[in-house]
Design a protein around this ligand. Structure first.
Ligand code: PMP
Ligand code: GLU
Length: 397
């Protein structure tokens, strides 16, 4: 019989990309949809970075590059890790990939096998659990609700570790909650990790620069676990470069070597043009980061205040990233024109179809009572979107 593999059949499609696609389809049909589903900066890539991409073509960077990326780029990333994060990495510990997404998947495919457990704090970014499944691993979901600002405690982590635990995936600043672990909180988690020598931490720091509480803190700063932390990062969010597809990991050498081997059989290096642009991003003027961060902060303040006007939503104060993840359970079970809202995915669909605002239901993030709005768009559009959301939610009976 012609059919996809069991591995593929078990995989769910990306809900963030699916909702964005659905919103684009409605737009094509002439519906005036405001898309708060997919999370990507609405800014253009800064000019000095674009110029470096164009120059890369003119300079004939058009041949295969080393699988892990050009040495010059890996040196620039090592320099960034030193100056911004105070962390020492050598270029052979860095592997560049087609986005941070591939970097996460590379690590999981390299270290996780059948039956291995991966601790995934929920709410989580949609792709983690699917990648764990792809690697044949078992997700051990540890839930942190809005009442604990969506952050797991050391005690929760300790309770989740078993002899089969291989990895913990941490994301701070977090997609989808916007929560940021403080240095003290990370230290508490690091102490637990230190007690379990077979445990690797995959620390997704892609939102490092979109932080409203000050300096970014990485769990890799704690020496006792440093050799077991894989930092995931990239240029998508900090430099508004989502379409360039350039992410990276900074890892212990054995994991970097494993990912290099995997990638060598699988995709080779990411695009040279993107690599050269990313190198320019890291070596060039950094003021674009702060300009965008400030804009996101203003939008965060606006979104929180608009969402708080909607009485049925329970809203936290995101400290980073560009998502609002309110609890919407007050609306689950309500109906519109005889159609019942059974869960947050139904609610997201209702908001799209009736309110013409695209969001993503919390189920795909492991938080069925929440809904995600990306606020990486203009203040005017956010104001209009939340007006529509308010009206649509009021129409639920
Ligand atoms: N991690 C998180 C938490 C994300 O939100 C994203 C955004 N898609 C990624 C990784 C991947 O980013 P990219 O592949 O664009 O570098
Ligand atoms: N990280 C973004 C999001 O969560 C981009 C889409 C994706 O890669 O899943 O919306």
């Amino acid at each position: 019989m012609l059919q996809v593999s069991e591995r593929l059949a078990a995989l769910s499609p990306s809900e963030t990309l699916a909702m964005s696609q659905k919103s684009a389809e409605l737009k094509e049909q002439g519906v005036d949809v405001i898309n708060l589903s997919v999370g990507e900066p609405d800014f253009f890539t800064p000019d000095y970075i674009k110029e470096a991409g164009k120059k890369a073509i003119d300079d004939n960077f058009t041949f295969y590059a080393p699988v892990a990326g050009y040495l010059s780029l890996r040196k620039a990333i090592a320099g960034k890790l030193k100056t911004e994060n105070g962390l020492d990495y050598t270029p052979d510990q860095i592997v560049c990939s087609n986005g941070a997404k591939q970097a996460v998947c590379n690590v999981l495919l390299s270290v996780i096998g059948p039956g291995d457990e991966v601790i995934v704090p929920a709410p989580y970014w949609v792709s983690y659990v699917e990648m764990v499944k792809l690697a044949g691993g078992k997700n051990v979901v540890v839930t942190a609700g809005i009442e604990q600002d969506f952050k797991i405690t050391p005690a929760q982590l300790e309770a989740a570790v078993t002899p089969k635990t291989k990895a913990l995936i941490l994301c701070s600043p977090s997609n989808p909650t916007g929560s940021v672990y403080s240095r003290e909180e990370l230290k508490g988690l690091a102490e637990v990790v230190a007690r379990h020598p077979d445990l690797i931490v995959i620390s997704d720091e892609i939102y490092e620069h979109i932080n409203y509480v000050g300096k970014h803190e990485s769990i890799a700063q704690f020496d006792e676990i440093r050799g077991r932390v894989v930092i995931i990062n990239g240029v998508s969010k900090a430099y508004a470069m989502t379409g360039w597809r350039l992410g990276w990991m900074a890892a212990p050498k054995w994991i970097a070597a494993a990912c290099n081997k995997l990638q060598g059989q699988y995709t080779s290096s990411p695009s040279n043009i993107a690599q050269k642009a990313a190198e320019a991003a890291y070596l060039g003027p950094q003021d674009c980061i702060e300009t965008m961060r400030r804009a996101f902060e203003r939008r965060r303040d606006l979104m929180v205040s608009l969402a708080k006007e909607i009485t049925g939503l329970k809203v936290n104060q995101p400290k980073g990233a560009f998502y609002l993840f309110p609890d919407c359970s007050a609306y689950i079970g309500k109906s519109f024109n005889g159609k019942k809202i059974e869960n947050s995915a139904d609610l997201a669909m209702y908001l799209l179809e009736e309110g013409h605002v695209a969001s993503v239901g919390g189920l795909a993030f492991g938080a069925p009572s929440c809904i995600r709005f990306s606020y990486a768009t203009s203040e005017d559009l956010l104001t209009e979107a939340m007006k529509r959301v308010k009206k649509a939610l009021e129409n639920l009976k």
